[in-house]
Write a protein that binds this ligand. Sequence first.
Ligand SMILES: [Zn+2]
Length: 155
Amino acid sequence: MPISAEWGIRIDQDPRTGDYVASDARGVCPVCRRIVTFEILYQCFARIQGNNRNPWNVHRILECRSQSCSHISYVLLELSSLYGIDRNTDDFFIHPSLALEPKHPAVPVHISTDWAEAQKAFGVGAVKAAAVMCRRVLYGAILDKGCKEKPLHEG
Ligand SMILES: [Zn+2]
């Protein structure tokens, strides 16, 4: 996916060693959903041969600096160059991609479990699987309320 405007990365080259160093990790935390700065726990740069569009991969393990969150995320940036982000062509991947909505105590467990699975499927881009799980959530709710399964319109 493209790199959204909230995400920032600064890359410098150490003049003595020639090594690349990324700093200024900021963006939207997938768990607390705030725009935060991240502690960079680990990062490495790799030049991918044969990828002419985005040959630079930057792998990062980030920790949210929000005191109430501190969640750890993995981020992969596929960059066309190390001189800055090109938001039109560079690619971005984060895991987890989003936090699951908390389960509501009034919702039966089998329905909330299906809802959690639908969110997970959507989060990894498996939209058909997410649609199937949303259908299970819908049927679970309909049957929980005592409606007849077939035909639904008579429920
Ligand atoms: Zn957070």
